[in-house]
Design a protein around this ligand. Structure first.
Ligand code: IMP
Length: 446
């Protein structure tokens, strides 16, 4: 394989905020220009909808590329796979006539089992018990416990293990033993009956699911590097988003993987030299699901209006999302650590009709002003946003297809984002449909 000949043929789409930036639409738009769409992190905590035969369909694990038959849809080693959810998604797509034979799952991805979801529930319950407000507000999809088992090693089940009965049984027995011990006290504290953590039914189910997944399981590291060496281009689809990254987000109010572009290489086995384009997706305002600091959060009627216009309810859990003004300090930080080469501003149409728009350009923390993001949930919780006010735009913009068709104030808003973040804005979303997009090849400021 000539590894140097094809440097830089890959792209990535990552969220610059707390998720739900509209990455799915971006991925859908450009998937066809690539040979594979690759998930490298997270699990069924993520969610985006695709439209199949005019019907909206929510996917949590399967990469969006599944809809293009010439594009491979790859679930990389960094993902935690709930086989039940995955098979349900496969069945749902097949029922709608979608060919899923281009789906490949890494033999090294870790498996989420029922006991991970039980553990996620118990840990969250403990954090909220007695009126405590310390919960992370997880999606309860077992993500954290599955990654914890991966790092702990002795009981972590990988997708390849689903096909090795003895190893699978041994790991599940060990995991159940650990979990019985680890949660007994929590259950006593909560006054709830402890889950059985009985290995046998977990094993039976996992082995059965493994038999169905078998034809899709492969060594995706060789597969992907082979594609790069053959001049093919890969599109990495980030799940969750930068400010939820376990190392670089608002810890501990984060997810359990490297959900920024920094996770791509470890989570897929494809080296950094292959990546040349990183699209940072930035919603025109902020949203967050679950707990944790969000300095620009709006608790008033304005926040409610943005939530309704933006249909800000979780794809995975249906929870209403918290809503706030755009935080440019956070966006600039996120663009920096992702190495974003371009920004896509999404849902700009949601802000139409507001008299004025605010963007956060600095924080005040402990009486000091700072223009640095603070990736520490506890410190950021004490930050007061310092705003800059920009004029609003009264007109609806969902029919605009060119930069010159946007009202001056909408364009000025995007230009301010570009200037502050320091990365060109090449795409502007003005509605949910693929076609409701403005391309600005040279960036919004030209
Ligand atoms: P977990 O990933 O289920 O452990 O949840 C940890 C935190 O990340 C919670 O606040 C979730 O609401 C949030 N989270 C995880 N994935 C997403 C996502 O795809 N969009 C928005 N929030 C997410």
């Amino acid at each position: 394989m000539d590894h140097d000949a094809n440097r830089g043929s890959c792209s990535a789409v990552v969220g610059l905020q707390w998720g739900d930036e509209g990455k799915g639409k971006l991925v859908d738009r450009i998937a066809g220009e690539h040979d594979a769409v690759v998930r490298y992190n997270g699990g069924a905590n993520a969610g985006h909808s695709v439209v199949v035969g005019g019907e909206r369909y929510a996917l949590h694990l399967i990469p969006s590329g599944i809809l293009s038959s010439h594009v491979k849809a790859v679930i990389g080693n960094g993902v935690v796979v709930d086989p039940e959810v995955l098979l349900r998604e496969i069945d749902g797509l097949r029922d709608r006539g979608v060919d899923t034979s281009n789906l490949v799952v890494s033999d090294r991805a870790h498996v989420v089992l029922q006991y991970h979801k039980d553990e996620d529930n118990l840990r969250e319950a403990l954090l909220t018990a007695g009126g405590g407000s310390g919960a992370i507000g997880t999606t309860k999809r077992g993500i954290g416990p599955a990654y914890a088992d991966k790092v702990q090693r002795s009981a972590g089940v990988r997708v390849g293990d689903l096909l090795r009965p003895e190893i699978l049984r041994e790991k599940i027995e060990r995991a159940c033993l650990y979990k019985r011990a680890a949660t007994a006290e929590i259950c006593r504290e909560l006054g709830v009956e402890a889950p059985a953590f009985d290995p046998e039914p977990v094993y039976e189910q996992a082995a059965g699911l493994g038999r169905r997944l078998a034809p899709m399981i492969d060594d995706t590291v060789y597969l992907l590097n082979g594609m790069v060496a053959d001049g093919k281009s890969l599109l990495f689809e980030g799940a969750n988003a930068t400010l939820l990254d376990v190392d670089h987000g608002t810890y501990p109010y984060v997810t359990s993987s490297n959900s920024s572009a920094l996770g791509i290489h470890a989570g897929s086995g494809v080296p950094a030299s292959a990546l040349s384009r990183v699209v940072g997706v930035l919603k025109a305002y902020s949203t967050r699901v679950g707990s944790g600091p969000m300095p620009t959060e709006l608790h008033d009627a304005l926040g409610e209006r943005i939530r309704e216009r933006g249909r800000e309810y979780g794809t995975t859990t249906g929870r209403p999302r918290r809503v706030g003004w755009l935080d440019l300090v956070a966006a600039r930080y996120a663009a920096m650590i992702n190495g974003a080469t371009e920004v896509a501003v999404t849902l700009l149409d949601v802000l139409a009709g507001l008299d004025e728009l605010r963007v956060c350009v600095a924080y005040e923390i402990g009486g000091e002003r700072t223009d640095r993001f603070v990736p520490d949930g506890h410190v950021l919780g004490g930050a007061t946003p310092i705003y800059e006010t920009l004029p609003g735009f009264g007109e609806e913009i969902s029919e605009c297809r060119g930069l010159d068709e946007l009202p001056g104030a909408a364009r000025a808003y995007v230009e301010r984002i570009e200037e502050f973040v320091g990365v060109p804005v090449r795409t502007i979303g003005v509605g949910p449909e693929r076609s409701q997009t403005i391309e600005a090849s040279a960036g919004a400021m030209g």
